[in-house]
Design a protein around this ligand. Structure first.
Ligand code: CMP
Length: 136
């Protein structure tokens, strides 16, 4: 049964800085994701705090927000059947050391913070995150 979903993907500062954006976009295309929207932006720390507000009680929240606002990022709306789960599978575990062979975080990630990509973790969060970056 078809279950077309949209999810938000971010190519994080560490990957943009290493000029990996095109390579990572091709990974999505090669895995049959349609890139419906994309833009390169640099967000402020307060915008990062809003984006990651679900993590505000976590000990790593401040560093995470500093990091996401530290340089340009590429944000995309990806579409595919079961896009949320499929993107999480393609990205691999949050910590690149624990990510499976062939996943984006294994291939490109440097550390748990500099893990190269973000993807929405649920349908509700995908809607919120897509609106955050692409609401007109
Ligand atoms: P992301 O999928 O963007 O969502 C939150 C981010 O917090 C996560 O990727 C990691 O880069 C970062 N992070 C830093 N430390 C941790 C941790 N201990 N557990 C989970 N995420 C962490």
């Amino acid at each position: 049964m078809s279950n077309i979903q949209q999810t938000l993907s971010i190519i994080k500062p560490d990957a943009v800085e290493r000029n990996l954006s095109e390579e990572i976009k091709n990974e999505f295309r090669n895995n049959n994701f349609d890139i419906l929207k994309e833009k390169k932006v640099k967000i402020s720390k307060s915008e990062a705090e809003k984006f990651y507000q679900v993590h505000q009680s976590k000990p790593f929240y401040n560093d995470l927000c500093e990091y996401l606002s530290s340089g340009p990022i590429v944000v995309m709306v990806l579409e595919k059947n079961d896009a949320i789960l499929e993107n999480r599978k393609l990205m691999g575990a949050t910590d690149p050391i624990k990510a499976e062979e062939g996943t984006l975080r294994k291939k490109y990630g440097i550390s748990i913070d500099k893990n190269s990509v973000h993807g929405s973790d649920s349908l509700d969060n995908a809607k919120i995150e897509i609106d955050f970056f692409f609401k007109d």
